[in-house]
Design a binder for this molecule. Structure first.
Ligand SMILES: Nc1nc2c(ncn2[C@@H]2O[C@H](COP(=O)(O)OP(=O)(O)OP(=O)(O)O)[C@@H](O)[C@H]2O)c(=O)[nH]1
Ligand SMILES: [Mg+2]
Length: 429
């Protein structure tokens, strides 16, 4: 596995209402990037992301699942989160380590209650965000209504990068950043790149100009250039869109059919070239009040955002490298317990598949096994570095339930099980 630096790592988190198509989109991206050679489906219980039995029983994601793709010299780490509100802890933890949030909408329904709930969290964390209106292939898809409902939810800062079009029976996507029309074959995949058809030119120009203006608004130099030239070139637009996303003032909107593999390559290209990387986000302050140094030779600090138990493996600890570089066999101190943990193994995880790696650079996401006393929200740091990453604040529990062991001598087992549930899902206290 190639080691990527923080300019070439993009951490994106898929959020959105239940059944909008997040897991299907993740599967399609892994397929398009060549990481898997067959696309699984949610119906067949064989996607990389939804691999837990519980997810198969429910036909829905229950856990946030880290995955990755490599697309043209960039590593895109994806966290596919569940859409059901019961699992909001998984969503909040993932948003905490995201550089860009990808909010997926279902073109049949536009904004749903689930979209609204999640939007509140995205807004609270002020993270760069883009929207994907998925399922454009569906007979019940309604593009205009979906866009309208999104505008009502997020306001004037959303801006269309694409819109869907049917041409001679074929699904097309008109891209007003590239000013091209992508025409897909029935199997999806790589589209034909065409000029925008004459009858679409006026609309495409109008949307292009809106995008140019929005991109220019976020940077004084670009604004001046825009006034001078009356337009911006593609690189200038990319810079302006990125600045707008970083200010949480501009939310680009894409369209997609994740199921029919239409549009995922272009989305990955945009994530590579425009979406902010870890390196672009504002510097973070530690609990100690220091600014976290983000270079790869700074003292190592890892933030644990997720813990799961698997019967065959025990505890798996997921972390984001917040500063420095982590290497196999590193000995790091837990800032809460001050115990030393030895990272005997380092992995990149794609669902249940583990790929061993020898090191991970600042900005990357990875996993390790068998730590002694490290939980979600802990910092693992180079001894003596005095860094504690600010923890995730989870919402207060809304329901209470008392549980007793039927058998008195099984109370200890019950207590252990409850501790495990809490450490996997901190919204259960
Ligand atoms: N027609 C059509 N169906 C889709 C598309 N994307 C997903 N679906 C279907 O929508 C259903 C839900 O897809 P998922 O990928 O599980 O959606 P999700 O957002 O991950 O759902 P949760 O994890 O439960 O929140 C499945 O039946 C998919 O086959 C699409 O682009 N077009
Ligand atoms: Mg899912």
């Amino acid at each position: 596995m190639k080691v990527y630096d923080d300019k070439h790592i993009k951490n994106v988190v898929f959020v959105g209402a239940h059944n909008s198509g997040k897991t299907t989109l993740a599967e399609t991206m892994l397929f398009e990037a060549g990481l898997i050679n067959r696309r699984g489906t949610v119906e067949n219980n064989n996607t990389i992301s939804d691999y837990h039995e519980l997810e198969h029983e429910r036909g829905a994601s229950v856990y946030a699942t880290p995955l990755h793709t490599e697309w043209r010299n960039y590593k895109i780490n994806i966290i596919d989160t569940p859409g059901l509100d019961d699992f909001v802890g998984e969503i909040i933890s993932s948003i905490r380590v995201a550089d860009t949030i990808v909010t997926v909408l279902n073109a049949q329904h536009g904004v749903e209650i689930g979209t609204e709930i999640i939007w509140n969290y995205i807004h609270t964390y002020h993270k760069p965000t883009l929207f994907v209106i998925n399922q454009i292939d569906h007979a019940g898809a309604n593009w205009e209504d979906s866009v309208k409902s999104l505008k009502e939810l997020v306001g004037k800062n959303m801006v269309l990068v694409q819109y869907p079009l049917k041409m001679d029976g074929a699904q097309c996507i008109v891209d007003v950043l590239k000013m091209k029309c992508y025409k897909f074959g029935p199997e999806g995949g790589k589209p034909e790149k065409l000029e925008i058809p004459d009858d679409q030119k006026e609309l495409a120009e109008e949307l292009h100009n809106e995008l140019v203006e929005k991109a220019a608004e976020n940077d004084e130099e670009l604004m001046e250039l825009f006034f001078e030239k009356g337009t911006l070139n593609e690189d200038e637009m990319r810079a302006g869109i990125k600045a707008g996303m970083l200010n949480h003032d501009l939310y680009p909107v894409f369209c997609m059919s994740a199921l029919q593999d239409m549009g995922s390559g272009r989305l990955m290209g945009f994530i590579d070239n425009v979406a902010p990387a870890a390196d672009d986000l504002p510097a973070e302050q530690t609990v100690e009040g220091e600014i976290l140094e983000r270079s790869s030779d700074a003292p190592t600090a890892l933030f644990v955002f997720k813990t799961i138990y698997q019967p065959s493996l025990g505890q798996i600890t997921f972390f984001k490298v917040k500063s420095g570089t982590v290497k196999v066999n590193d000995r790091l101190e837990n800032s809460r317990s001050e115990e030393t943990e030895v990272l005997n193994q380092l992995f990149i995880m794609d669902g249940k598949k583990r790929e061993p790696v020898t090191q991970l650079e600042v900005g990357d996401i990875g996993a390790t096994l068998k730590l002694k006393s490290t939980e979600t929200n802990d910092t693992l740091r180079e001894a003596g570095s005095n860094i504690t990453i600010k923890p995730i604040n989870y919402p207060e529990p809304r329901t209470r339930k008392a549980i007793n062991a039927v058998n008195k001598n099984e109370e200890e087992k019950l207590s252990d099980a409850l501790k495990k549930i809490h450490s996997q899902d901190p919204t259960v206290v």
